[in-house]
Design a protein. Sequence first.
Length: 290
Amino acid sequence: MKGQLLTNEKLAKYTSWRVGGIADTLYIPFDKADLIEFVAGLPANEPVLWIGLGSNLLIRDGGIRGTVINTKGRLKAMYRTEDGLVYVEAGVPCAHVARFCAEQGLVGAEFLAGIPGTMGGALKMNAGAFGGETWSLVKQVDILNAQGDVIVRQPTDFTVNYRSVKGEDGEWFLSVLLQLPEGDTIASQQKIKGLLEKRNQTQPTNQPSCGSVFKNPDGDYAARLIEQTGLKGYCIGGACVSEKHANFIVNTGNATAADIEELMSIVQTKVNEQHGVLLVTEVCMVGEKL
Ligand SMILES: Cc1cc2nc3c(=O)[nH]c(=O)nc-3n(C[C@H](O)[C@H](O)[C@H](O)COP(=O)(O)OP(=O)(O)OC[C@H]3O[C@@H](n4cnc5c(N)ncnc54)[C@H](O)[C@@H]3O)c2cc1C
């Protein structure tokens, strides 16, 4: 093994919310081949959690029993294939994918520019913005299973919905082949610039968060419903409903995962009482409570 194996590692620094307890073990692979070998060597019943940039994760304060695999800064190959597709490994940041596609004169990936996660996380979440969605670009994926086998899968092997992707249990995304139509590089780059400006105007991008906490209910916006409850600026400990975007909870410095979880529950209760809508969490909640 050429990667880094850490024990009792604090996970707060691996999440965009900057909260989370300790992982029994955290593995940072050297590259794809190294990761495959590591996973193949794990005990059969070892609990495994893959994380990318931790930008959609609430890791509870009691941490993770088992092994966490972190692909941040690893599995970062990306290139144009001979048949014009784009090969992207799981650790490549979404912003790099958007820029690379634009430079290649391929259009449709601009929405990925402002999503602060990896391609692996985007595949798992069907990340999307401004009308674009990750899986609308997917031609084929390579997955790794718990036995260490690499399997090629097609989009039809998955149930893909709004911020939800269901495949076989115990499989993770190693890489993807994206298929995009040809278009104009300059127009695509300008679109990226415009989308990033729009994000900065409407989102608290300078404070630790996980983006939208709740999914938008059919035909409505979670932010609109939360704003109407008057909870903007409401805090539990160091966790506050953002003044700038009501569907963001920001860590003002000393929030714990428990603060965030309690605030999420208050938001859900208030919205349900006032609007009769039960907001569903978009953020993935994992780990043990303290
Ligand atoms: C400021 C801000 C703005 C955001 N804006 C958007 C937005 O506009 N649209 C949007 O959709 N999201 C948005 N997000 C949420 C987040 O960036 C996306 O969901 C992103 O796709 C998560 O990627 P990640 O690598 O950080 O995944 P993580 O948060 O590390 O993980 C998320 C989930 O994916 C799983 N996972 C990670 N890597 C893999 C893999 N290789 N194989 C299988 N499972 C894996 C994890 O186990 C976990 O269940 C935003 C977040 C922030 C902080």
